[in-house]
Ligand binder design. Structure first.
Ligand code: UD1
Length: 345
């Protein structure tokens, strides 16, 4: 295949580039190399790759990048949690206008296969059930409960505490921040493109991705990067709530494999898949594993909370296994042991 990876200089894009090159595909990267993400110069791990440097929203750049391409892996995005309302236009400009420009260019240049970097943030909270009322959708947790150390969400009908389950892809979307809203809109735009053109669009809803080349701690970073960066400075990871909140940590090399599997199994139309390990762990587990690998210091559980945080998000990996033939291979202990000492960017 001749492939284009947008955001190809980034954390996930660059691992995907390595994998596809090793599988003998012709790989081209498109990346704006934004100073905020890369410090301006192409990272050395890109040596030997064809790189088109520019912004996705620039039609001339896109035209060059798409020439002769069979499949596009769209990884370029502004990520993380917004710091306030002020950066909402930037999220929309990069993630939705950027995707719309890409889709229009795919139609112009007759490229029919697209794999998108989706996100589990489109679900909001994970799935919960109440002993009495079955599957329910809890509202945001209250400051009063969090203050008292009641971290699990409550049943909207009886107020009882809920049991967490795994989220399937057809769970109702509930984007709770600008990033999540743009990731959901991106899926809808891609679905329109697939319907109109007969193309294939696959959204891979990544869970908590970690691994080598993960960007250092920034205001937009997720917890794996924050803990890893703290340990690199010799500081203890600070675990919020009681540390029992659950996530699914999926290794970046598995995420690259999921992308390759999605391109191999492309079917006309739009489909979304959870990309996760299927073996959820707690934030406390992750902090201990990383601290162990890095040689300390031991994590501190602070009881602090962030009002916008969701409690548990863990997903059902069975659709990706059945339809894409993807299952994660890197185990939690092995992956965290590597990440605990791997270079950050
Ligand atoms: C994160 C990303 C989200 C991304 C998703 C999947 C952020 C803010 N969120 O969601 O954009 O799509 O992963 O990759 O980047 N915590 C601590 N100590 C800290 C920081 C966080 O204990 O120093 C806890 C939080 O309270 C929370 C959990 O770790 O319970 C996860 O936090 P975080 O990684 O920020 O957000 P996710 O909801 O997992």
């Amino acid at each position: 295949m001749r492939v284009l990876i947008t955001g190809g200089a980034g954390f996930i894009g660059s691992h995907l580039a390595d994998l596809l090159r090793a599988e003998d595909h012709q790989v081209r990267l498109l990346d704006a190399l934004l100073p905020a993400a890369h410090g301006g110069a192409p990272p050395t791990y890109l040596d030997g790759f064809e790189l088109v440097r520019g912004d996705l929203r620039d039609r001339a750049v896109l035209h060059r990048a798409l020439a002769g391409v069979d499949v596009v892996f769209h990884q370029a995005a502004m990520v993380g949690l917004e710091s306030g309302m002020a950066d909402m236009p930037d999220y929309v400009a990069h993630n939705d206008l950027g995707t719309a420009e890409l889709l229009a260019a795919l139609a112009r240049q007759d490229v029919g296969r697209l794999v998108l970097a989706g996100s589990m943030v489109v679900y909001g909270e994970g799935r919960y059930s109440c002993a009495e009322h079955g599957v329910v959708r809890p509202g945001p947790r209250t400051a009063e409960d969090l203050e008292r150390g009641v971290f699990d969400p409550r049943c909207p009908r009886c107020g009882g505490l809920l049991d967490p389950g795994t989220v399937p892809e057809d769970a109702p979307p509930d984007p709770r921040n600008a990033y999540a809203a743009t990731k959901l809109a991106q899926e809808h735009l891609a679905a329109v493109w697939a319907r109109r053109t007969g193309g294939s669009a696959v959204s891979l809803r990544y869970h908590n991705v970690y691994g080598p080349r993960m960007p250092r701690d920034t205001p937009y970073a997720g917890v794996a990067s924050i803990f890893r960066s703290a340990l690199a400075r010799g500081a203890a990871p600070r675990v919020f709530e009681d540390g029992a909140q659950r996530r699914d940590f999926v290794h970046v090399r598995d995420v690259a494999r999921a992308n390759a599997a999605a391109a191999r199994n492309a079917r006309p139309g739009f489909a979304a898949y959870n990309v996760c390990s299927g073996r959820p762990r707690t934030i406390g587990d992750m902090a201990r594993a990383l601290a162990g690998a890095a040689g300390g210091p031991e994590p501190v559980t602070t009881g602090q909370y962030r009002l916008g945080d969701v409690r548990h998000v863990v997903a059902d990996p069975s659709r990706a296994a059945a339809e894409l033939g993807f299952t994660a291979e890197v185990g939690f202990e092995e992956g965290m042991a590597e990440f605990g000492t791997a270079a950050l960017r």
